[in-house]
Design a protein around this ligand. Sequence first.
Ligand SMILES: NC(=O)c1ccc[n+]([C@@H]2O[C@H](COP(=O)([O-])OP(=O)(O)OC[C@H]3O[C@@H](n4cnc5c(N)ncnc54)[C@H](OP(=O)(O)O)[C@@H]3O)[C@@H](O)[C@H]2O)c1
Length: 249
Amino acid sequence: MSKQMVIVGAGTMGSMIAAALQKAGAAGQLTMMRRETSRQSVDWPSVEVVWLAVKPQDIKPAVTDLPKLTTQLVISVMAGVSTRTLQQLTGAERIIRCMPNTPTTIGKGMTVWCATSATTQADKQWFTRILEQFSKLMEVDSDDWVDKATAVSASGPAYVFAFAEALTAAARDLGFSEEQARVLVTQTCVGATALIEQASVPVAELRQQVTSKGGTTAAALNALELSGFDTMWKKAIQAAYDKSKTLSR
Ligand SMILES: NC(=O)c1ccc[n+]([C@@H]2O[C@H](COP(=O)([O-])OP(=O)(O)OC[C@H]3O[C@@H](n4cnc5c(N)ncnc54)[C@H](OP(=O)(O)O)[C@@H]3O)[C@@H](O)[C@H]2O)c1
């Protein structure tokens, strides 16, 4: 299971991957390649796996001085960089493009992934055996589905955080202290998401269970609907998907 690996990019995602690999006991020899790390300091023929975890706009300079990665498995976590572009930039044939999210750091992640046809069953098994320790996995058959998942599950934690921020601000406006608002919102989010996970009914039914006709929740949901809540979400997710496709070009 343990392999010789390089992670290009030591930011949020690069560090998360390194921690996950170490926890899984999968990092034989792990090199974190930062901007200033000499590409010549690595014994490339012995490297088996290269993870790419820089921002999409940084990928070209990040891989320029690397040898062609024809014998390595390349795994990218970058948004909007297609497997075709990765092939052109790195020379690799065996490529897994995956899209994790930040809850992966606490073992509650969601990762969507696709692989090129040259990627072997052994590559895929190795990859899934590691990632499934930290994340649910969904294999898809094209880059387009990864771009769509980027808009939903990779960006998704930010939507939940934005909602929590807005609810906290609204609670503060009602007069609760910052700490009281934090506790009210945190436990509400924790409880509601646990219910979604455990319930055997659709999420719409859970919402209905909280919404008595003519009651307080109905008043709030009605105000949200009048403010264009559903349309706003569709636009937001479409904007993220469009951005992902633009980055891929
Ligand atoms: N954050 C998320 O929730 C998330 C989720 C899924 C996928 N992703 C994807 O993961 C990738 C990384 O995102 P991130 O949030 O980890 O970004 P980040 O925290 O900014 O990390 C990117 C790292 O890449 C480094 N870097 C830039 N140019 C480099 C080069 N030439 N050689 C080596 N390292 C270089 C940066 O160093 P400097 O600080 O010196 O610039 C930085 O440490 C992105 O493509 C993003 O689309 C992120």
